[in-house]
Design a protein around this ligand. Structure first.
Ligand code: SF4
Length: 289
């Protein structure tokens, strides 16, 4: 498939056809994020997008899901998105579900009616990065959002009845702010009421400002044990119901998955066992992003 640069997609989109509609991320300022540092943000041309769709029509006839890359495909104008969704319908009639990354600003640029319009054409899932619910942390990492602005974005997605998956980044509060980061993230997530929460562990990257702060000792990353305490605090304080909670990304020390609130005790028991050394942790060299 003719893409511009490397493509990043959520693990759960491994079987999806990837159609790249933007290059990079329109924000591209988060100090921990190395995903699109080398990419200047731009919208792909109709010709480039049609090339991806034509390739998929020829070679991906069995795949029933599409993921629109890159970082925040939802930032495209409604007119452009409707055009792309119509092209997918026309050329890939087997496709049942379309998913994309949408940062909070991109989501807020749409009305509930516009999101519903996209849903009718196949938009099934939006992946959004909360990273932290703690405004101090969000400001420090230059997320460009607050807990409240992300709660508002989540409300729009919920009102449009689209599946919302939200990512939180354990360790982002550093050692000193670890538990506050967990509690505030749990509070904001509880108000966002997503359908799925993915808790990843921060791994400072050499090509990012946060990576430099980590190397210089200015930013102190919680240890594996500290991350487990943070994970436990997060799980204990989430109050929304019927949400899939996943901490089974390659970056996690202790792979966990369950439905909150139903499985809360089971998840906490597992974390406690790990803290007592009775559950194996993923070795450092097996962890990855
Ligand atoms: S974390 Fe998301 S919003 Fe921030 S720079 Fe990376 S892709 Fe863009």
């Amino acid at each position: 498939m003719p893409y511009d640069g490397d493509i990043i997609r959520p693990p759960s989109e491994a079987d999806s056809i990837i159609i790249q509609v933007t290059v990079g991320c329109s924000h591209n300022k988060c100090t921990f994020c190395g995903a699109y540092r080398d990419k200047k943000f731009r919208l792909r041309s109709d010709e480039e997008i049609l090339n991806n769709i034509a390739f998929a029509a020829r070679y991906c006839g069995r795949q029933k899901r599409v993921f629109l890359a890159d970082g925040d495909a939802l930032i495209l104008s409604q007119k452009r998105l409707l055009h792309i969704f119509s092209l997918i319908k026309e050329h890939l009639p087997q496709v049942r579900r379309i998913a994309l990354y949408g940062n909070a600003k991109a989501i807020r640029s749409k009305t509930v009616e516009q999101l519903q319009e996209l849903k009718k054409l196949g938009l099934h899932r939006i992946y959004m990065g909360l990273e932290s619910g703690d405004d101090e942390v969000l400001q420090r990492v230059q997320k460009g959002e607050t807990g409240n602005s992300m709660i508002e974005a989540a409300r729009l997605v919920r009102d449009a009845e689209i599946f919302l998956s939200v990512t939180v980044l354990l360790g982002l509060g550093g050692v000193a702010g670890s538990l506050q980061h967990a509690r505030e993230s749990a509070r904001v997530l509880s108000l966002m009421q997503p359908r799925q929460i993915a808790a990843l562990c921060l791994m400072p990257l050499a090509n990012t400002p946060l990576g430099h702060s980590f190397d210089s000792g200015e930013f102190e990353l919680p240890s594996a044990e500290g991350m487990l305490h943070e994970l436990k605090e997060l799980i204990q304080n989430i109050t929304c119901r019927r949400v899939m909670f996943m901490a089974n990304h390659a970056s996690n020390y202790l792979p966990l998955q369950g439905v909150l609130l139903r499985d809360r005790s089971m998840l906490i028991d597992k974390v406690n066992l790990a803290l007592q050394g009775k559950e194996n942790l993923v070795p450092e060299h097996f962890r990855g992003l």
